[in-house]
Design a protein around this ligand. Structure first.
Ligand SMILES: Cc1ncc(COP(=O)(O)O)c(C=O)c1O
Length: 433
């Protein structure tokens, strides 16, 4: 049979069924989904209650366009999110993925300033080593050289702020915030629209958690300078790090949060831009936010997300994420205590990463041509385990880490098994002694 799929990767096994943390393939193998796809599957595969919610909504109203009709399912989801998201008087704009959510947030930031007559504010600040998506607009905010290569003539408007990485940089959060303030002033505060950042760096740097004083100090700088703070919680939102949102760890309330991935656990392509009431009020009064897509405000996607939130809550998965994440990092620490190439084990909740270096003492990374992260991911796959590669963990260009982010319903035994397989894969690629 000829193949007409525009594949992303060739020669992949065919997934035929999936339940919980397990994916079964046509050739009879059972994979443990240590990466939850792309750290997306939050409540596990094959959940009947989510499928039922989806079917019920599709039967009632599968689709209407949001400029023509409102739906109860979107209204219910937005009400529910407003009770869990650390955003004042939240207003929820559902879209189809994380990149779209960030595109929405950045356009909304610009519209907000225009609505207030602050017409000079258009510049977006984002950090080195950030990942905010792969569509043409937000690719400019993302800082991963392999993804940007070839498209640079279209990019270059984002003003870069230094990354925060306690493994390689001992500066305090307050010092980083002062640097951000300096960059805002050098750029001209009256020209800066927004600071977009992941609260915990995900796909590029690999689960890097900032010092505890970082986010409160940064939020204060943004507020003082009139710069909207947009937290990209596409990877960290909806329980991944042990709280509904990573912002909750530091008690901050940004102007916008973007989400995706775990919000629908992969049952529906969903993204969310969650804006504070003052942002919504400004653009609604000015009627200047002419934004949306064919699939935005999708009633079935909203039903899926509401059901996903229900599962997380009913099964206490925030606690599971917090507790098992801590245990998982301890197990990884024990397993790799003697490994000269394991530089750092980090993360929060069930977002975990291991960074590999050519030398533990100097923290010098491997040459990128060695493809260490990719080879570990392949070795893990050979052992029927999915993990996620970060081939740019130092600075968006070089460095090797792998992310482990299983469904939050993972059992201790399953997590132990995932870690055993990962350890075996690492020792195959990077033998000791
Ligand atoms: C923090 C973050 N933002 C945005 C995105 C882009 O999301 P999507 O791939 O759904 O467009 C990702 C995806 O990995 C992400 O991790």
């Amino acid at each position: 049979m000829s193949d007409h799929v525009f594949h992303r990767t060739l020669d992949r096994p065919i997934a035929v069924t999936a339940r919980g943390c397990t994916i079964n393939t046509a050739d009879g193998r059972q994979f443990l989904d240590g990466a939850g796809g792309a750290i997306a599957c939050s409540v596990g595969h094959g959940r009947d209650e989510i499928v039922s919610a989806m079917a019920a909504q599709a039967t009632a109203v599968a689709y209407v366009h949001a400029t023509q009709f409102a739906t109860n399912s979107v209204a219910r989801l937005a009400r529910r999110i407003a009770t869990i998201a650390p955003v004042d008087d939240a207003r929820v704009f559902p879209v189809s993925g994380g990149s779209e959510a960030n595109e929405t947030a950045l356009k909304l930031a610009r519209s907000y300033h225009l609505a207030r007559g602050d017409t000079g504010r258009h510049i977006v600040l984002a950090r080195e080593g950030a990942y905010h998506g792969n569509s043409r607009g937000v690719l400019d905010a993302s800082d991963r050289s392999t993804l940007r290569a070839g498209y640079e003539p279209w990019l270059g408007q984002t003003v870069r702020v230094p990354m925060v990485n306690p493994y390689r940089d001992q500066r305090t959060g307050v010092e980083h915030a002062a640097e951000l303030d300096r960059i805002i002033c050098d750029t001209g505060a009256e020209r800066v629209a927004a600071f977009l950042a992941e609260p915990i760096s995900g796909a590029t740097l690999g689960a890097v958690v900032p010092p505890d004083d970082y986010w409160p100090a940064v939020a204060e700088v943004c507020k003082r300078r009139g710069v909207l703070l947009i937290l990209d919680e596409v990877m960290t939102g909806f329980g991944r790090t042990g709280t509904w949102f990573a912002a909750d760890h530091w008690g901050i309330r940004p102007d916008m949060i973007t989400a995706g991935k775990g919000a629908s656990s992969g049952y529906w392509p969903l993204g969310l831009c969650i804006a504070a009431g003052h942002v919504y009020d400004a653009v609604t009064e000015a009627r200047n936010f002419l934004h949306g897509f064919t699939w935005s405000h999708h009633p079935v996607g909203a039903a899926v997300a509401e059901a996903t939130i229900g599962v997380i809550e009913r099964e206490g998965l925030l606690d599971v994420s917090r507790d098992l994440g801590q245990r998982g990092r301890a197990w990884l620490g024990d397993a790799f205590s003697d490994h000269p190439n394991v530089g750092d084990i980090r993360g929060k909740g069930l977002l975990m990463a291991v960074e590999f270096v050519s030398d533990r003492g100097s923290k010098v990374p491997f040459d990128r041509t060695d493809r260490v992260a990719e080879r570990i991911v392949e070795a893990a796959f050979d052992r029927c385990l999915t993990v996620y590669p970060c081939g740019s963990a130092v600075d968006g260009n070089v460095g090797d880490a792998v992310l482990l982010g299983p469904p939050l319903c993972v059992s201790p035994d399953e997590l132990r098994e995932m870690i055993d397989r990962l350890v075996d894969a690492v020792r195959a690629v990077l033998p000791v002694g």
